[in-house]
Design a binder for this molecule. Structure first.
Ligand SMILES: Nc1nc2c(ncn2[C@@H]2O[C@H](COP(=O)(O)OP(=O)(O)OP(=O)(O)O)[C@@H](O)[C@H]2O)c(=O)[nH]1
Length: 417
């Protein structure tokens, strides 16, 4: 069985030039996760550009170039493995679209790393990143106070930044925050312990990532299985087979479980669970499986299979915290397509309850448009009921996105309150 504890996903966020690329490069380089041919290419380019050592940012920048050509994805994923864990880094560039990238990369993340330039301390961007991380309820935050070499590895500078950050994070819903003073450029406290900051008692970044307790990050209680596809193989031998394919959003499903199909409300019992050719007796989030039921029920894409004694709410009126991601502001009472798990419906933003002032984290009541990067609490009305949980309980069935039908762009991401 797959062990959730083996895989840790993290996102990186910071302002331009805080050193994100350098940090990722340093992590991969010092943990020896860069392939030799890639390394040779980077060493070559570094030499050509007149660098003494290796320019670590080249490593992720190369990756970005690849991405720029594939216009459909806005987040680049980088994988690496140490003997203790596998890691997936969602690398989100620091330009103006950061909210969008963070939201996209962060919805499944265990850890958000937020970079701060030690010379500048906590800036508006840091507040926004921390707030989004808390809104997305990313379970762990690592604040990387980078470029410590440029402030003489000063403990006082570090402590001041910790205090600044704690002042803002105390107003948010964050449970686990760690602070690491580092120099990504010189390799202090990234993989190897710094010899220049004896005053720091904590672990370097990689060790922190390797040992963090993440097995309670997934919801193992509420079984939710949004159906993506219905399989009806045509061959005679499998004529009776009807499999429902999807990814388990949360919880565990077992053969023999009594289940309810939503929205129809029909009940049945799980007959089989398949993972490719393998027959399983149980499966859990986030596995993608095919499920068969004892009864012949009409089920289609967008339906949800749940355990009969634990159902989500079916609702057409939902309140969400909405991050607006598009440079065109929200049009009042405009219609959008709402995407929720595998279910697409039409929806309208009925009311803006309040907006969040990112500087004070206070609520503002203004009736202006929802602009790019704004965060607000809104009421949405959908044409048909959605089977929703609160985002706090379930990061998949508690989140939605809005798509503009005219342009087919994702314009907003929201968390069900
Ligand atoms: N002195 C010093 N310079 C650093 C450190 N980390 C990064 N830099 C430098 O800061 C500059 C920006 O680094 P990048 O890694 O490109 O930073 P970034 O802008 O966050 O990266 P992206 O926005 O992701 O491209 C580069 O010139 C780095 O060499 C550090 O720890 N100390």
């Amino acid at each position: 069985m797959l062990d959730n504890n083996q895989l840790l996903r993290f996102t990186t966020a910071g302002s331009v030039d805080d050193g994100k690329s350098t940090l990722i490069g340093r992590l991969l380089y010092d943990s020896k996760s860069i392939f030799e041919d890639q390394l040779a290419a980077i060493e070559n380019t570094s030499k050509k550009k007149g660098h003494d050592g290796v320019d670590l940012a080249l490593f992720t920048d190369g990756l970005r170039d690849e991405r720029e050509q594939g216009i459909t994805i806005d987040v680049a994923y980088r994988y690496f493995t140490t003997p203790k864990r596998k890691f997936i880094i969602a690398d989100t560039p620091g330009h103006i679209q950061y909210t969008r990238n963070m939201v996209t990369g962060a919805s499944t993340a265990n850890v958000a790393t937020i970079l701060i330039d030690a010379r500048h301390g906590v800036i508006e961007q840091t507040k926004r990143h921390a707030f989004i991380a808390s809104l997305l309820q990313i379970p762990h935050i690592i604040v990387c106070v980078n470029k410590m070499d440029l402030v003489e590895y000063s403990e006082e500078v570090f402590n001041n930044i910790v205090a600044q950050f704690e002042e803002i994070s105390s107003k948010m819903l964050v449970t686990d925050v760690r602070f690491i003073p580092m120099s990504a450029l010189l390799g202090d406290n990234v993989v190897n312990r710094s010899k220049k900051m004896g005053w720091y008692q904590g672990a370097p970044m990689l060790h922190t990532l390797e040992t963090m307790h993440i097995s309670s990050d997934v919801n193992k209680v509420d079984a939710r299985f949004p159906v993506q596809t219905v399989l009806r193989p045509q061959s005679d031998r499998h004529r009776d087979y009807r499999g429902y394919v999807g990814r388990i959003s949360s919880g565990v499903l077992r053969v023999g479980d009594e289940v309810t199909v939503l929205p129809s409300g029909f009940t049945s019992v799980i007959k089989g669970i398949n993972l490719f050719d393998q027959e399983l007796s149980e499966a859990f989030a986030p596995m993608s499986v095919s499920i068969t039921l004892e009864d012949d029920i009409d089920i289609s894409r967008g339906d949800m299979i749940v355990r009969s004694n634990n159902k989500p709410a079916a609702s057409q009126d939902i309140e969400v915290m909405l991050c607006w991601l598009n440079d065109k502001p929200a049009r009042p009472r405009a219609k959008y397509t709402i995407k929720h798990t595998s279910n697409d419906q039409k929806a309208m933003i009925k009311e803006v309850i309040y907006k969040v002032d990112i500087n004070t984290l206070g609520r503002v009541n203004d009736n202006s448009e929802l602009e790019m990067n704004s965060i607000s609490k809104v009421k949405i009305r959908t044409t048909k009921p959605l089977m929703i949980d609160s985002y706090r309980e379930n990061r998949t069935t508690g989140s939605i996105i809005l798509v503009d039908d005219a342009t087919n762009e994702t314009v907003a991401a929201g968390m069900v309150v």
